[in-house]
Design a protein around this ligand. Structure first.
Ligand SMILES: C[S@@+](CC[C@H](N)C(=O)[O-])C[C@H]1O[C@@H](n2cnc3c(N)ncnc32)[C@H](O)[C@@H]1O
Length: 204
């Protein structure tokens, strides 16, 4: 088996030189455009559409499955996107350990694994520790956008955010700004199910 350290990155894949050092966003894209992160990007349809729509911003997609990473990288390359890269790593680690304070402009967490069984709730990404790391990593005025197809995880997230207290909750009416649906969401809604959303801001 080849570890990520031995493996050569595929085009559009980002591999930090040092996985244990804080990562300066400039080192990812070689410029200082606003940075948006798509945690658990899946097939990457959201990141790719966003990167096409916002050439003035950088998009880093995070995904732990190598097959998906390669697929998203292929799409980014096919579209000739120089503002989109993919990082193969665990989401919590990225937010807690990789990014320095006040470095991320917007974080997207779209339909994360809901871990529906009570004994698995501890595996949910949204926990007080994660929110504390996210709060630190976001720039003042930075945003957190969350969507889920799982009603109970949505309630959980609203409650965790309320307990954390430090974020301001923002309105998020449909079509308030460009925000493409992922294939996952489109498929889910086609089955008549609802995808809930919530949007928060770190105060200036
Ligand atoms: C249900 S899918 C949603 C994908 C995409 N966000 C969407 O809405 O279409 C969840 C994705 O997150 C990835 N994932 C789950 N836990 C992760 C973790 N801890 N770190 C990185 N990726 C993770 C999975 O491999 C999967 O691709």
């Amino acid at each position: 088996m080849t570890s990520d350290k031995q493996r050569q990155p595929v085009p559009c894949e980002f591999m930090p030189d040092d996985y244990f050092a804080r990562l300066e966003p400039h080192s990812i894209f070689g410029n200082d455009k606003p940075l948006e992160i798509d945690l658990g990007c899946g097939d990457g349809s959201f990141t790719i559409a966003m990167a096409q729509h916002h050439p003035d911003r950088n998009f880093l997609a995070v995904e732990r499955l190598l097959g998906r990473v390669k697929k998203v990288c292929r799409k980014a390359q096919q579209h000739g996107l120089d503002n989109c890269k993919v990082l193969r790593l665990e989401s919590t680690y990225v937010i807690e350990w990789l990014f320095p304070e006040n470095s991320i402009d917007r974080l997207h967490l779209l339909c994360p694994d809901p871990w529906p069984k009570a004994r698995h709730h501890k595996n949910r990404l949204i926990q007080q520790g994660f929110l504390a790391s996210l709060f630190k990593a976001l720039k003042p005025g930075g945003e957190f956008c969350f969507k889920t197809d799982h009603p109970e995880y949505f309630e959980w997230t609203l409650e965790e955010m309320e307990t954390f207290q430090k974020f301001d909750k923002l309105d998020w009416p449909e079509d308030a700004f460009y925000y493409p649906k992922t294939d996952f969401q489109i498929q889910w809604e086609a089955e008549g199910k609802v995808v809930e959303r919530a949007r928060y801001r770190k105060p200036e």
